[in-house]
Design a protein around this ligand. Structure first.
Ligand code: G6P
Length: 480
């Protein structure tokens, strides 16, 4: 048993995602390498940085061909292997099929989805490009872990070339019901692509259920509990709710630098209570609906005027996609309408920021916020709410959380809202601001117990354990 355990541990792991955990940005002729602070990068950090393990993905910039060799060399030292994308590939594969077809449809915005054959052609060819980059390195004993909707075709492309290799796929966004998925002209191809994996992971059981019923109806696969039998292979489909590095956020919160920052901020930010929202610019995040609810709250509860401020942080994202550009303008309009209508010479209801913030500043903001508003229309998981919980080291604070976020299954001690129910949402803001401290502490400590126990390291370990369990079963079946 010990020797097989060592063998399993010695297996090389290849991680694959559209973006590498390092982003290259251009400053004139200079190139800067910036590490991602994201959950995935932290959680998988200890994996790809050790031994022969590697992470394969796009470094986030369009490079001139003569720059590629030197960039590749620099990235290789970090155990990263770049897949370079051209301008055209970014337009049709990334902005097009990934973010104008799959993203809106999987987030239940079918009217935003477009179905352009040219986008799909590029999606297919870029997925092949990723598969080729993997196959140039991969051997049959490797474990290959592919991430997210940009790469749905990759699992099967690898399976065809290396039938015995271990493949995991994780979907970081929701998986929609069959009624939506069937709208895609390339629905069969996409499912076929995913079914190349041995383990297919989602955040919630609802996603699992939607996927299994879609596969049964479109591909006629057989299912038993959480397993599919397809092309004589068993595929496990399961829920693995992703999380954060709890200890990192907890220690950031008590860090001396964060405390200094917090002390510096407190006298300069507006007096009274603070509501905080942090989102990537995205229609799935429900930013405009939240502004509507906030306006109803201002109308119905004038006693709060001048006594609280909404700090709204929006992080720039995908702003070359038309829907995102429009959303940005709509948010600006609404913020300025609300501030114009309700503001006084000494008070502005909303402080709005459109940029990214460094982690220590975010930590200080989480500490200052009496209430966090996390109200997506639809979200695979949502990690902002978990970061808020981990940062509340004093034990108080109130979380308002949308039922449509995967995280709402775990964080049932938040004030749960339906973001479409503007009136109830407005009332929830009033309730949150008025919640007695004892109740805040009771709810927060329950949420902290959950998030600290099921952290990102636990998520990685669970997925990897399932993958090696499936691999063993496949091997047993083959030798039988
Ligand atoms: C979501 C997706 C990720 C994606 C991230 C940022 O979290 O699940 O796959 O990387 O958004 O979006 P971007 O388009 O900038 O990569």
């Amino acid at each position: 048993a010990t020797s097989s355990k060592n063998e399993a541990e010695a297996k090389r792991i290849l991680i694959v995602s559209n973006r590498l955990p390092v982003k290259i940005t251009r400053k004139g002729d200079d190139m800067q390498f910036q590490s991602s602070e994201g959950g995935l990068a932290t959680g998988l950090g200890t994996i790809y940085q050790s031994g022969n393990n590697l992470w394969i993905g796009w470094p986030g910039a369009v490079l001139h061909q003569e720059e590629e060799a030197s960039v590749t060399e620099k990235l290789e030292k970090l155990n990263l292997r770049p897949v370079f994308l051209t301008d055209e590939e970014i337009t049709y594969y990334y902005e097009g099929f990934s973010n104008e077809t799959l993203w809106p449809l999987f987030h239940y915005f079918p009217t935003y989805a477009t179905y352009q054959p040219k986008d799909y052609d590029f999606y297919e060819s870029v997925n092949k490009k990723f598969a080729d980059a993997i196959l140039a390195i991969a051997q049959k004993d490797d474990i290959i872990w592919i991430h997210d909707y940009q790469l749905l075709l990759v699992p099967n492309l690898i399976r065809q070339a290396l039938p015995e290799v271990t493949i995991g796929y994780f979907n970081h966004i929701p998986f929609p019901s069959f009624e939506l998925f069937r709208l895609i002209p390339w629905r069969k191809e996409l499912l076929e692509g995913m079914l190349g994996a041995d383990v297919i992971g989602f955040h919630t059981y609802d996603d699992v259920r939607h996927f299994i019923s879609t596969v049964i109806r479109i591909k006629g696969a057989l299912s038993y509990a959480n397993e599919l039998t397809y092309n004589d292979r068993i595929i496990a489909v399961d829920a693995f709710p992703i999380s954060i590095d709890y200890k990192k956020y907890q220690s950031q919160a008590v860090d001396i630098a964060t405390r200094c920052l917090e002390r510096e901020l407190l006298p300069v930010i507006p007096q009274g209570k603070h509501l905080l929202s942090i989102d990537r610019l995205d229609y799935s995040k429900g930013i405009t609906q939240r502004l509507q609810a906030f306006e109803v709250f201002l109308e119905r509860y004038p006693e709060w005027h001048g006594k609280m401020t909404l700090m709204q942080l929006v992080v720039p994202s995908r702003d070359t996609v038309p829907q995102y550009k429009e959303l940005k303008e709509e948010i600006n309009r609404r913020v300025s309408d609300i501030n114009g209508k309700y503001g006084t010479l000494t008070w502005q209801p909303i402080q709005h920021f459109y940029r990214s913030f460094p982690l220590p500043l975010l930590s200080a903001m989480y500490k200052i916020a009496d209430v966090a508003l996390v109200s997506p229309m639809r979200d695979g998981m949502n990690l902002v709410c978990k970061e808020y919980v981990a940062s509340r080291t004093d034990g108080d604070g109130v979380l308002i959380l949308s039922e449509m976020a995967g995280a709402s299954r775990e964080l049932s001690d938040a004030i749960l809202i339906n973001p479409n129910d503007i009136w109830a949402f407005a009332q929830a803001i009033h309730e949150a601001l008025s919640m007695p401290e004892e109740e805040q502490r009771r709810r927060m400590s329950a949420m902290q117990a959950t998030v600290s126990r099921f952290d990102i390291h636990n998520w990685v370990a669970n997925f990897m354990a399932k993958l090696s369990q499936m691999k063993k079963r496949q091997d047993d079946m083959r030798t039988r």
